[in-house]
Ligand binder design. Structure first.
Ligand code: HSE
Length: 330
C-alpha cells in the first residue's frame, strides 16, 4: 500500500450535512487518499452538544465542544455550522493559521464574503464553497473555472429546494400553502428558521454568490431584490394552472444594458413559468440552474438542491481539491 502524507482535517458542525461528511471521510478513507494523494485524518468534530442525536452515528471520541483548539494545526477546516457567528470567527481563525477552508455556509459568504476572501488571499489559503449553492449540483466550479474564459450574460433558475417542494405539492397535489409548508417542516426540509426559505433569503444569498462569481464583482444581499413565497396562495397556483403555467421561486442574475451603460440585476421572486419550459419539470426538492454565456450558449445544471448526503458530496469534492493543492504546494 502506498504511504500517503497525512493532512489534518477539522470538521466544525455535525448537523445533517456535517454528520454525512464525517461518515464519508471515515468510511471512504482509502479511496479519498488515493484520489487526493493525502491521507485525510479527521482530527475531530466540533459540536455544540456532544450528546445531541445525529443523522449518522459518529465516534464519540472525535466529538468536542472546543472548536478553537481543533482548528489549531489543521491543514483543512470544514465549516458546516451555518449562521454568521461563531462560524465567521472560526473561518477567519482557520485562514489566519494558514488552513484551507471548505464551507457550505451561504449566509456567511453572502454577507462577509469580501472579508473572508481577503483573509484567504493574505495568507495564500483557499476558500471553497461548492456546497453553498444548489447542494449536490456542481455550479460554483463551472462558473469559477470552466467558464472563466467566457462572458456570462445571465443565470436563472430554482436554487431553493424547500420552497420548490412546497409550490410543487400545491400544484400537483392541490395542497394549501399551510398544508404544504407543514409537510416540508415534517420532512425537515426547511431551515431551522423557516423564514430564510419562505421569504426568499436563502435563494437571495445563493443568487448573490452566483452573481458575484459570474460577473466578477461583489454582489451583496443589499443588491438583491427579494420576494418569497409567503403570499402565494392555492388560488394563484390554480389560476396559473388554468393558464398553462406553474409558479416557481426564481433567482435571476443578469447583465442589463441601456444606452451603452451596463448594470447588473439580481432578483428572487415567485414567477409564472410556462408548463413547456424545463423549469416547470423541476419537482420536489430539486434545483435547476440555467447559465447563458456568450460563447458557450445556454447550459443547464440540474439535480438535488438539498439533503445531507447529497450536499456532503459537494463538500467532499472541495476537500479532495484542497488536499491536492496542499500536496502540490509541498
Ligand atoms: N434550505 C435550503 C433549501 C437547503 O431549501 O434549498 C439547501 O441549501
Amino acid at each position: 500500500m502506498i504511504e500517503h502524507r497525512k493532512l489534518r482535517v477539522a470538521l466544525l458542525g455535525a448537523g445533517s450535512v456535517g454528520s454525512q461528511v464525517a461518515n464519508l471521510l471515515l468510511t471512504h478513507r482509502e479511496e479519498l487518499a488515493e484520489r487526493s494523494g493525502a491521507e485525510l485524518e479527521l482530527a475531530g468534530i466540533a459540536v455544540r452538544d456532544v450528546d445531541a442525536p445525529r443523522d449518522v452515528e459518529l465516534p464519540r471520541e472525535l466529538l468536542t465542544t472546543d472548536a478553537e483548539s481543533l482548528i489549531v494545526g489543521s491543514d483543512i477546516v470544514i465549516e458546516l455550522m451555518g449562521g454568521i457567528e461563531p462560524a465567521r470567527s472560526y473561518v477567519l481563525a482557520a485562514l489566519t493559521s494558514g488552513a484551507d477552508v471548505v464551507t457550505g455556509n451561504k449566509a456567511l459568504l453572502a454577507t462577509h464574503g469580501a472579508e473572508i476572501f481577503d483573509a484567504a488571499d493574505q495568507v495564500g489559503a483557499s476558500v471553497s464553497y461548492e456546497a453553498a449553492v444548489a447542494a449536490a449540483i456542481p455550479i460554483i466550479r463551472p462558473l469559477k473555472d470552466s467558464l472563466a474564459g467566457d462572458r456570462i450574460q445571465r443565470i436563472f433558475g430554482i436554487v431553493n429546494g424547500s420552497t420548490n417542494f412546497i409550490l410543487d405539492k400545491m400544484d400537483r397535489e392541490g395542497l394549501s400553502a399551510q398544508e404544504a409548508q407543514q409537510l416540508a417542516t415534517d420532512l425537515g426540509y426547511l431551515e431551522a428558521d423557516p423564514t430564510l426559505d419562505l421569504e426568499g433569503y436563502d435563494a437571495a444569498q445563493k443568487a448573490a454568490i452566483l452573481a458575484s462569481l459570474a460577473f466578477h464583482t461583489k454582489i451583496s444581499m443589499d443588491d438583491v431584490h427579494r420576494e418569497g413565497i409567503s403570499n402565494v396562495t392555492a388560488e394563484m397556483i390554480e389560476g396559473a394552472r388554468k393558464a398553462g403555467s406553474v409558479v416557481k421561486l426564481l433567482a435571476i442574475c443578469e447583465r442589463l444594458e441601456e444606452d451603452g451603460e451596463e448594470s447588473i440585476s439580481v432578483r428572487v421572486y415567485p414567477a409564472l413559468i410556462g408548463r413547456d419550459h424545463p423549469l416547470a419539470s423541476v419537482h420536489g426538492g430539486n434545483n435547476a440552474v440555467f447559465v447563458e454565456a456568450a460563447a458557450a450558449g445556454p447550459l443547464m445544471f440540474y439535480g438535488a438542491g438539498a439533503g445531507g448526503v447529497q450536499t456532503a458530496s459537494a463538500v467532499l469534492g472541495d476537500v479532495v481539491s484542497a488536499a491536492r493543492r496542499h500536496i502540490a504546494g509541498g
